[in-house]
Design a protein around this ligand. Structure first.
Ligand code: NAP
Length: 494
């Protein structure tokens, strides 16, 4: 179990200022904001509270650094990422504790996020030296078509609180590999992991001004001078669909390149031929990783009616046995939700579903006492009218719906404005492919409850956004293609 002293020392060890132009500095008016531990509701520490003028200084630094950074040898950009990957991995324990303290998730989830987040630096350290171009002959043989890849330029990055490190490395990794400079604005509720990451990148040799970090209590005020500045070239956002829409509107004034990783409402489909125990194991991961506070969290379970009661009972048994405690405590599986508002939303969604006829098999209540804990909850026989079928729950609640045919299952899965990820459990390969081809999501987990992988293109369709993070696709978000036309009659090489 983490001791009080080690908790204090990791908090004390983080620089709590703004990181601008390679320097750690206080906010313009010297103000600070408090970072809270969601398992106690108490303040962990104060960090500098950026003002709009700080944001502009951060953009100035990114713009100033851009030209030299674009010329930096790709191998060296890759080596900075590789070095940072090694340092993050070496410091997993302290980074995990920091993350658990500010976000609440169990230590095991924090360690998993750190491994996942670091992997983007390793992957893009390898991609930095593989940025290509092309050379081809036009169809009439009279011209050469040459393409080259160049960095997009200064980027504004905005990340949410639920994965305080990995949502940053998924953007910073490819941006460094491509040669872009950055202003990063993490969520005010969990800025410490990002500040620790900035220090690691500084120690890894990232030149001043390439990454700038501003934390602010008023995110709209802080980003306003950046997003409206014509020197900015790109906005990349991870967060809710609602805020994504607002930011896209603002980004349209400057016609910024935009990537949007937004909300989800993932269906988890279990067909009658599925291995039910395997489906339960996957369901626990898809639902309970990160206390259900994940865009990829299974939001609704659609189960073939012949196995739905069996599935519901087994899931309830397992979710009911999970250890709920402060994330730092040994063996914790369920930590607190991020704040009282988020917990209040979960309370409302469960009350609404129960009011519309759902049966509570386990849980169904918030926990009294310190922190924002909510019981792991399984609801069976949930009505199609329940709000949680259409809204992101972002909590440890598993609603179960049954279906009688493949068509009904697919129609239910697609009956949402979101399109991030879906999960499919079946042992029939033809059925799997038939169903997957008809699912309206950017990603599908086939007989598994996670899809996240640095080597894979993560992203959604419909109101879950556009653009991909990870894989070979991820770096394209930070590259422009320049085409050169050249008149050159065809020559024979022999
Ligand atoms: P959020 O409220 O949209 O906030 C996300 C980020 O945007 C935070 O940094 C927030 O800053 C900032 N922000 C909020 N309003 C803003 C504004 N008017 N102007 C500029 N910035 C603004 O989302 P969240 O509650 O932090 O995160 C949960 C959401 O993220 C869920 O919907 C989840 O599905 C989604 N998500 C999606 C993915 C994906 O890859 N698709 C991954 C993770 C999470 P402050 O918090 O400091 O105000």
């Amino acid at each position: 179990m983490a001791t009080q002293t080690s908790e204090q020392s990791v908090i004390e060890g983080v620089k709590k200022q703004l990181f601008i132009g390679g320097e750690w500095r206080d906010a313009a008016e010297g103000g600070t904001l408090s970072v809270e531990d969601p398992s106690t509701g108490e303040s962990l520490c104060e960090v500098a509270d950026a003002q709009p003028e700080d944001a502009l200084t951060a953009l100035d630094a990114a713009v100033e650094a851009q030209a030299d950074w674009a010329r930096y040898p790709p191998r060296q950009r890759g080596e900075i990422l590789r070095s940072a990957f090694e340092k993050i991995t070496e410091r997993t324990e302290e980074l995990a504790l920091l993350m658990t303290l500010e976000m609440g998730k169990p230590m095991a989830d924090s360690k998993a996020e750190i491994a996942y987040g670091a992997e983007f630096f390793r992957w893009y350290s390898e991609q930095a030296v593989r940025i290509g171009g092309s050379y081809s002959t036009s169809p009439d043989g009279a011209q050469r078509v040459i393409t080259m890849k160049q960095p997009v330029g200064p980027c504004l990055m905005i990340t949410p609180w639920n994965f305080p490190l990995a949502m940053g490395t998924r953007k910073i990794g490819p941006a460094i590999a491509a040669g872009c400079t950055m202003v990063m604005k993490p969520a005010k509720q969990t800025p410490l992991s990002m500040l620790a990451l900035a220090e690691i990148l500084e120690e890894s040799g990232l030149p001043p001004g390439v990454l700038n970090v501003v934390v602010g209590s008023s995110s709209s005020d802080v980003i306003a001078p950046i997003i409206s500045d014509p020197r900015l070239r790109k906005l990349t956002f991870t967060g809710s669909t609602e805020v994504g829409r607002t930011l896209m509107e603002q980004a349209s004034q400057n016609l910024l390149r935009v990537s949007m990783e937004l909300g989800g409402n993932a269906p988890f489909l279990v067909f009658d031929d599925a291995d039910v125990d395997n489906a339960i194991a996957g369901a626990l991961v898809a639902k309970m990783r990160n206390i259900g506070e994940a865009c990829t969290a299974a939001n609704r379970f659609h189960v073939a009616s012949s196995v739905s009661d069996q599935f519901a009972e087994k899931l309830a048994e397992q979710m009911g046995a999970m250890k709920i405690a402060r994330g730092t405590e040994e063996g914790t599986q369920v930590g607190p939700l991020i704040d009282d508002d988020q917990r209040g939303k979960v309370v409302e969604l469960v009350e609404d579903a129960v009011g519309k006829g759902a049966k509570t098999l386990v849980g169904g209540q918030k926990m009294e006492g310190q922190g924002y804990f909510y019981q792991p909850t399984v609801l069976n026989d949930v009505s199609k009218e329940a709000d949680l079928r259409y809204e992101e729950i972002f909590g440890p609640v598993a609603p179960i719906f049954s279906f009688d045919s493949e068509d009904e299952a697919i129609a239910a899965a697609n009956d949402t404005e979101f399109g991030l990820v879906s999960y499919v459990y079946t042992r029939d390969l033809n059925r799997a492919l038939r169903v997957i081809e008809r699912l309206q999501t950017g990603m599908v987990g086939l007989n598994q409850g996670t899809v996240s992988n640095a080597a894979a293109p993560f992203g959604g369709i419909k109101q879950s956004g556009f653009g991909r993070e990870g894989g070979k696709e991820g770096i394209e978000e930070y590259l422009e293609t320049k085409y050169v036309a050249l008149n050159l009659p065809a020559e024979a090489p022999f």
